[in-house]
Design a protein around this ligand. Sequence first.
Ligand code: EPZ
Length: 416
Amino acid sequence: MGEVTISGAKNAALGVLPAALLIGEVCTIENVPDILDITRMKNIMASLGVVFQTVGHDTLRVDTSGVSTFHATGDEMHRLRASYYLMGALLGRFHEAVITFPGGCDFGNRPIDQHFKGFEALGATVVIDHGCIHLKAEHLVGAPVYLDVVSVGATINIMLAAVRAEGLTTIENAAKEPHIVDIANFLNALGADIKGAGTDIIKVRGVRAMNGGVVHSIIPDQIEAGTFMVAAAATRGNVMVKNVIPKHMESLTAKLLEINVQVEERDDCIHIRPGNGPFMKANIKTLPYPGFPTDLQPPVAVLLMLAAGVSTITEGIYDNRFKYMEELRHMGAEVQVNGRTAMIEGGRPLSGCTIKALDLRAGAACVLAGLVAEGETEILNVQYIDRGYENLVEKLTALGADIRRETRTFCEDSND
Ligand code: EPZ
């Protein structure tokens, strides 16, 4: 049996680090993944005056006492979707923020209007000028905010600003992803008063003072765990996926069982083994948590390509997250995409060739396709994969995969 240990959650760490700006003191964050997106976030925060010290291999001591600017307008802002958390964090601390528009993987339209709606409800003005967003509030005052769409980023950003507003903010129709709970737990440890994170109504009572000295450990990465569960399943492996929270994986576990993969949950690990007989087709719709995560849609598509019959995937979050199918078609995949639905005619052999990672999770799907395809697959643009998977090649090699990294091949860069 192979074993793989899951790293800290990218999307939790990308919220926790900016949240530390609210205190202007020192705190310690454990289980921080060593990935490109975190490096970029650290660079951006360092340019504001944050001092990071690495302690051990995954622990960061974060000192935000030297930050005296609310301008975050460097080039790296464009290269990271999560740079938008500097809006909520700087607005909370300084009642003012100027940030460059965040970038975004191209999954179609990705507006941030719900973030603005929340900040405006708290009393901030939002002015967009020459590609920069200026936020300013004479007084930040708690208020009810109803999100028109369930948005992870807007939920977290509004929490960040509301923590330092006067009075009560109620976020209704809030997102419930595990990392929202993790970030709320971190903020509460710093002295915030947040209740209801993980449900669709979050109540934040503003506090006057917050404290440092906190040690917080980032939760395991739900999407990395899911990627390894699917990789183990697709290769008919016998793998123990360690350092996971099985509850976070339930939507995937249910689908793997339906596809005829054996999944056994333990306290903090999940054992994947092949089922008896072939893979079964399945229909999947991506939804906000606790629904099936959109970020596991590309990897699981590769597994469905191995199941005889027609499986469908309906993308419930983004307008256009099937562009990577074109790459997999080069390997022999039979897929019809119609708007937000992909019909996969599975059971056809995939064969290796040169393909491109188009974004982070599409890149993971390319790797999985390469693992199950006949012959050699070459994947270009692997810098996308570096953004969110720590030591992917090493972890897969330890599980017995024949995979190696060659000199970095850059075609273009994008953002998350
Ligand atoms: C977060 O993006 C994640 N990124 C994404 O992970 C993930 O795909 C997504 O949540 C959904 O789970 C980070 O945490 C850094 P949203 P986010 O706001 O916050 C619409 C990965 O691979 N919307 O929940 O940007 C939006 O267009 C990445 O790790 C509005 O209309 O996603 C989308 O259709 C990719 N207005 C939907 O809501 C808004 O103001 C959900 O987006 C905000 C969002």
